[in-house]
Design a protein around this ligand. Structure first.
Ligand code: KIV
Ligand code: ZN
Length: 518
């Protein structure tokens, strides 16, 4: 990364845990949010928007727990322009050494009239009150004008000036509905710099949605015109078509230093790890041709391209796979490798596990190495993730036998589960082997949750690859994602179903209401 002066530094504000989690079906539990927060912090993200504390007790708890453990990044919580929201948010971010309250209100005519049913004067007053109130809790206050890109310019300038006067240290201009196009958005940011007299007292930020596929382009032109914070998410997760993707913004800035001489604090080599974690936790598969993190982003299929890359990588590669943390999927260690070498491998992959966890994963690695010819880094990652997600499950799979194929109609499943330590068994049938197995789970642990997603993907190539399965269950408006990995797709499927069910039980216990929308 090039050396930068303060004015060339772009602050990376990640909202995967807030706007990202607002994607239907992308809900994450506390443990998953903490894992993502740690990865974001290690990656060098400047600000982590950890949630919307007033939305639910679960959101509050997540922001507060993240605030307790994240020390390098600023931990931010979202709040509407009300006393109740701001106080709840302040309480949640309080433990963080660096904390931010992000308060917002709509400023476009459409939103003020139909959503808020407030007159512009009342909105203007609410901005001053909310920012001043937030400043009583922390010196780091961000204010956002929701639907900013569709706000009348005179009113926008007045609101921005007042927010800064009231103490907003960051002013965020969202393209909430992803409507802006680059030259228009660039002109909007320039207009603010030209017309708002106190604009040099704040950091101008942008928050672009991707409804027209322009979120990254709009974010970059905003930077070129003075914005110094970009709000984004891993894998571009977020409401509707998502937010600007963190990896695309950061890699565009890194790769095109000649055109955009701005630096970020992100260690780009952590990008793939973050992308995989977010994809596994949410069950949102990254499309193969997605820029930077898609499975094909660095693959060269055409012979002419392969030939060129072999002669000189720069012929078809504008960035190296290593620069985003993509190592050649290496053969790791063989089945004769010892525990010490295995622990070293875990460290190299970024996992610091306790002795018991290492023991469990090592045992599974040995079993895997017996079954599978080659064990790759990705296999180890899948094993560890599988072990970690299952650590506190009340329901566990003990055994599974399936009979299916042309001679076994309907398919039959025999299963043993432990429920709170008690072993239960049953037999069941179904339309297919997965259906038969899931019916067994329902018999052994009756529940009304509906299956919303069943998805299988191969961890590595080859027919002996581990299957990684994601299952999404929904009950009373709450959804949870479960994961399972195994060389046997049916075992992975049941593990994923049972994992989703376990997470639902935790949600039931805490009776977290479905999240409020921002
Ligand atoms: O899209 C949006 O406008 C938002 C705000 C709350 C910043 O997410
Ligand atoms: Zn948003």
């Amino acid at each position: 990364m090039s050396k930068s002066t303060e004015s060339e530094r772009v602050i990376i504000f990640d909202t995967t845990l807030r706007d990202g989690e607002q994607s239907p079906g992308a809900s994450m539990n506390l443990e998953e949010k903490l894992r993502i927060a740690h990865v974001l912090e290690d990656m060098g993200v400047d600000v982590i928007e950890a949630g919307f504390p007033i939305a639910s007790d679960g959101d509050f708890e997540a922001v507060r727990e993240i605030a307790k453990v994240v020390t390098e990044s600023t931990v931010c919580g979202l709040a509407r322009a009300t006393k109740m929201d701001i106080e709840r948010c302040a309480e949640a971010v309080k433990p963080a050494p660096r904390k931010r309250i992000h308060t917002f209100i709509s400023t476009s005519p459409l939103h003020m009239k139909h959503k808020l049913q407030m007159e512009p004067e009342a909105v203007h007053e609410a901005i001053i009150d909310s920012v001043s109130m937030a400043r009583n809790h922390t010196d780091d206050v961000e204010w956002s004008c929701e639907d900013g890109s569709r706000t009348e310019h005179d009113f926008l300038c007045r609101c921005v000036e007042s927010a800064i006067e009231a103490g907003a240290t960051t002013v965020n201009i969202p393209d909430t509905v992803g409507y802006a196009v680059p030259d228009e958005f660039a002109a909007l940011i320039r207009m603010l710099f030209d017309r708002v007299p106190n604009i040099d007292k704040t950091v101008i930020s942008v928050h672009c949605h991707n409804d027209l596929g322009l979120a990254v382009a709009n974010s970059l032109v905003a930077v070129a015109n003075g914005a110094r914070q970009v709000e984004c998410t891993i894998n571009g997760l977020g409401e509707r078509a998502g937010n600007a993707s963190l990896e695309e913004v950061v890699m565009a800035l890194r790769t095109r230093q000649d055109h955009m001489p701005y630096a970020t604090g992100v260690t780009t080599e952590h990008i793939i790890k973050a992308s995989r974690l977010v994809s596994t936790v949410t069950g949102f598969v990254v499309q193969p041709n997605k820029a930077i993190v898609g499975a094909n982003a660095f693959a060269h299929e055409a012979g002419i391209h392969q030939d060129g890359v072999l002669k000189h990588a720069g012929t078809y590669e504008i960035m190296t796979p290593e620069s985003v943390g993509l190592s050649q999927s290496k053969l790791v260690i063989g089945k004769h490798s010892g525990r010490h070498a295995f622990r070293e491998k875990l460290k190299e992959l970024g996992y610091e596990l306790g002795d018991n966890a290492v023991q469990d994963v090592f045992r599974r690695f040995k079993q895997l190495a017996d079954m599978k010819k080659d064990v790759f880094d990705d296999d180890i990652v899948a094993l560890v993730d599988d072990e970690v997600v299952r650590a506190n499950d009340r329901i566990q799979l003990v055994s599974l036998e399936i009979r299916c194929g042309t001679k076994h109609r309907p398919p039959k499943a025999e299963m043993e589960l432990t429920v709170d330590g008690e072993v239960k068994s049953c037999k069941g049938t179904g339309d297919g082997p997965v259906d038969a197995a899931f019916n067994c789970v329902k018999k052994l642990f009756p529940h009304g949750a509906r299956l919303q997603l069943y998805q299988v993907h191969a961890v590595t190539q080859g027919t002996d690859a581990q299957a990684e399965v994601t299952v999404r269950l929904e009950e009373n408006g709450r959804s949870t994602n479960g994961q399972g990995a195994d060389t046997d797709t049916m075992v992975a499927s049941v593990k994923a179903y049972v994992n989703a069910l376990n997470k639902l039980l935790v949600k039931r216990e805490k009776s977290v209401p479905p999240a409020l929308s921002a």
